[in-house]
Design a binder for this molecule. Structure first.
Ligand SMILES: Cc1ncc(COP(=O)(O)O)c(C=O)c1O
Length: 404
């Protein structure tokens, strides 16, 4: 076994990774953005926004799409439109980006955190059911990193208890569950197009839904009460009394950028899925290493990042996940990191008084987060297969030394 780079040996990846710059750019889009700029029509139910929202929803097998400024306000708007408010509880996963937990607070409801599954890391349906109380009004499963929450089980439990479902699809653009798009199973699907996401316009968000009244409400909540398709300053049917609406509109510029990414989403998703499957097979041969499991019925699994786990019981005494990451990085595999590092309500930015939320269960995801998980940046699976081959070589070398 050759000496590890962290101990002064030669690096497996001596000359850097063959990564594409993220997010990718395209000259045709640059030209369209110039034309759009010269058109003077930049916002408020203009053609590109409406076209993109419709196409994106259709791609995910949902009837309606409403474009907004980000994937935080889409969650908030979905909750408002579903009538969630003060006194209600909303069940969310213990492991997610804090926006999922914050959104219930924005509408005066209480987020209730529940544990995840040990192989997909997504919300555990049994933990969801165990946390239901008479006050539970909604559940927000998150399709986390490179998996899809168990949509069959979660929607069945929700239906049994009369609970609304909002799928947080911020990581899952283009994902399919039994051939049907994510975001079309719950009452509302919520997507983010923030800079690091699979599809991005720097910022952006979108709600999908299948109910026309809900679509109208989501539109009005996010467009200061205007009816669907209305133009600024023009007559419009008035919103319902006391509709607490906001301005969460996105722009035409974002829609143009995103439409081009949507056009190649299927091909890009297949490519990433192939690379992820290769990694899953090859890394899985290394004792102590495994990978995040895709959704149980995922027929197209997309990836925000690629999750790799190390079993602490398979490491030499004294070695931890942090040592494995440090050694892997030292070999030149730099874009592999520990991830968000904390359960949601312990993240640095989560400064919420304990009486405003409830933690129901978290043990499984805490073990994954603190002891096991390593996340590989999307560029590992977005690019050439040779990157994945190098990653496998690096893990083989490091575990050859640190594994028992
Ligand atoms: C799971 C999840 N939900 C929601 C969001 C919020 O999206 P945005 O950053 O567009 O507000 C994010 C963003 O990282 C996320 O990861």
């Amino acid at each position: 076994m050759s000496k590890l780079a962290i101990d002064g040996g030669n690096k497996v990846i001596a000359d850097g990774m063959n990564f594409e710059v993220w997010p990718p750019v395209c000259p045709e889009v640059a030209k369209k953005l110039c034309d759009l700029y010269m058109s003077h029509k930049w916002s408020f139910y203009c053609a590109e926004e409406l076209k993109f929202a419709e196409n994106f929803a259709k791609y995910h097998d949902a009837k309606f799409g409403t474009f907004m400024v980000n994937g935080t306000v889409t969650l908030e708007t979905a909750l408002r439109a579903l009538g969630v408010g003060p006194g209600d509880e909303v069940i969310v996963p213990s492991w997610t980006w804090m926006a999922t937990g914050m959104a219930p607070l924005y509408v005066g409801a209480t987020p209730v955190f529940v544990d995840g599954e040990k192989d997909t890391f997504c919300m555990d349906p049994a933990a969801f059911e165990a946390a239901i109380t008479p006050r539970t009004k909604a559940v927000i499963p998150v399709h986390l990193f490179g998996s899809i929450a168990d949509l069959d089980k979660i929607t069945a439990i929700a239906a049994k208890h009369g609970i609304k479902v909002i799928e947080d699809c911020a990581h899952a653009h283009g994902g399919k569950w039994n051939g049907k798009g994510v975001g079309s199973f719950g009452d509302v699907g919520s997507f983010s197009f923030q800079q690091s996401k699979i599809m991005t316009a720097g910022e952006g968000g979108l709600c999908t839904c299948n109910d026309e009244n809900l679509y109208d409400l989501i539109g009005r909540y996010s467009h200061i009460g205007y009816g669907l398709g209305s133009k600024q300053g023009k007559p419009s049917t008035p919103p319902p009394t006391d509709l607490d609406s906001r301005n969460y509109r996105g722009t035409e510029f974002q829609a143009v950028i995103l439409q081009e990414q949507l056009d190649r989403l299927e091909a890009d998703s297949k490519h990433r899925q192939d690379n992820a499957n290769y990694l899953r097979a090859e890394l899985g041969k290394i004792p102590g290493i495994s990978t995040q499991k895709p959704g149980r019925c995922a027929t197209m699994q997309n990836y925000y990042v690629f999750g790799i786990t190390v079993d602490p019981a398979m490491l030499k005494p004294g070695k931890t996940k942090a040592d494995v990451i440090a050694a892997v990085n030292a070999e030149g595999a730099t874009e592999i990191f520990a991830g968000w590092g904390e359960v949601t309500y312990r993240q640095r930015l989560w400064q919420v008084s304990p009486e405003r939320y409830r933690v129901e269960s978290f043990e499984t995801v805490a073990d994954i987060i603190y002891n096991r998980i390593m996340l590989a940046d999307i560029r590992w699976i977005n690019g050439d297969r040779s990157n994945c081959e190098k990653m496998v070589e690096v893990f083989n070398k490091v575990m050859g030394e640190y594994g028992i």
